[in-house]
Ligand binder design. Structure first.
Ligand SMILES: *Cc1c(COP(=O)(O)O)cnc(C)c1O
Length: 332
């Protein structure tokens, strides 16, 4: 299977907003768009997206993982960007339609079908820098993905960045391309200069998240992570892991904490990144001010392994779905 992000199914679901209304959802071939050079999104970044997965169980049944959460988050992203968006019921239907249209191409677990719902402002007007696009395209692109960890789970080297911001207050909770553009040069610099895999943004010492994943520290019987205060993305994987951690008897603490506290506690604990693509990835080393600080013994810790396995077992269909996170595919 091709690298994540480069292989797509041949069909997607789409809808267009024009003259104040959304067209009916439609299954169409995946093909290049034709966009006028003055298209709003190309200049003013009027876009947001989601990333979620559909899984095929060993008995053949297909389910989506917590699509309701992704629908709510996309609604919030669109609201912040003043982008029109289809109603939640239409968004839900679009996800099921998009999966149903390519159902034969969903790889068996640990593979999955990655769904990328996207909104683009497509009005042709470069004068509209300070008003919303009156034309919007919504589409759900899908991509078959293989085992993300076929090569094993290697703990990451993470640079702790205590100056630069990944995003701006409030906008940190929006899944929009602009936030990735803002963070990218920090990530590339950390890769080039330090051989880091990721950057943990902690502006002014306030530990937040990496460019595309939420962050958590586990030490003793406590899991510590930043609260959802608008600076970080409200990750669905974050929420799932916090829920499983509480179920397993960990004390889950959502509060602000500093780089100083992080680096003091990390050698005795575990640290991890969470997100849909990679589920949970351990941090093995922090890079800060010329120092290398090992997290625990530098390998994946027991809580991280256990929580990751528990979430994967729910996603695969192997474990009971006590929280109602698996949504069976509708229609057909
Ligand atoms: C998508 C994303 C995450 C992870 O969210 P999930 O819902 O767990 O996939 C975390 N941080 C940022 C900045 C993201 O864009």
């Amino acid at each position: 299977m091709a690298a994540f992000g480069t292989e797509f199914t041949a069909q997607m679901v789409t809808s267009h907003y024009e003259n104040g209304q959304w067209s009916a959802l439609d299954v169409v071939p995946v093909a290049p768009f034709s966009l006028h050079p003055a298209t709003h999104v190309l200049h003013y970044a009027s876009e947001c997206f989601e990333g979620l997965k559909a899984y095929r169980r060993s008995n053949g049944d297909v389910h989506l993982f917590r699509p309701d959460r992704h629908i709510v988050r996309m609604g919030n992203s669109a609201a912040q960007l003043l982008l029109e968006i289809p109603e939640p019921a239409a968004l839900e239907q679009s996800l099921h339609m998009a999966v149903r249209a390519v159902i034969d191409e969903i790889p068996a677990y640990p593979g999955s079908l990655y769904l990328r719902p996207t909104l683009l402002g497509v009005e042709q007007d470069i004068g509209a820098a300070a008003r919303p696009s009156q034309k919007v395209i919504y589409y759900v692109l899908t991509s078959p993905v293989g085992d993300y960890f076929a090569g094993g789970l290697k703990p990451l080297r993470v640079k702790v960045e205590d100056q630069a911001m990944r995003s701006t207050p409030g906008f940190g909770a929006v899944k929009t391309g602009g936030n990735y553009a803002a963070a990218m040069r920090q990530v590339v610099r950390a890769q080039q200069e330090l051989g880091a895999d990721q950057v943990l943004f902690a502006p002014g010492g306030d530990v937040q998240e990496t460019g595309a994943a939420n962050f958590m520290l586990i030490e003793g019987d406590e899991l510590l992570t930043k609260p959802l205060d608008g600076t970080i993305l409200p990750g669905v994987t974050r929420d799932s892991i916090l829920t499983l951690a509480a179920d397993a008897g960990l004390k889950v603490t959502e509060r602000d904490f500093t780089v100083e506290e992080l680096l003091e506690r990390a050698p005795r604990g575990e640290a991890a990144l969470t997100g849909t693509a990679a589920v949970l990835t351990p941090v093995g080393t922090f890079l800060y001010n010329g120092q290398e600080i090992s997290v625990g013994d530098g390998q994946m810790g027991s809580w991280s392994s256990r929580l990751r396995e528990q979430l994967c077992a729910i996603q695969s269909g192997e474990a009971p779905d006590v929280h109602g996170w698996r949504v069976p595919l509708k229609g057909g």
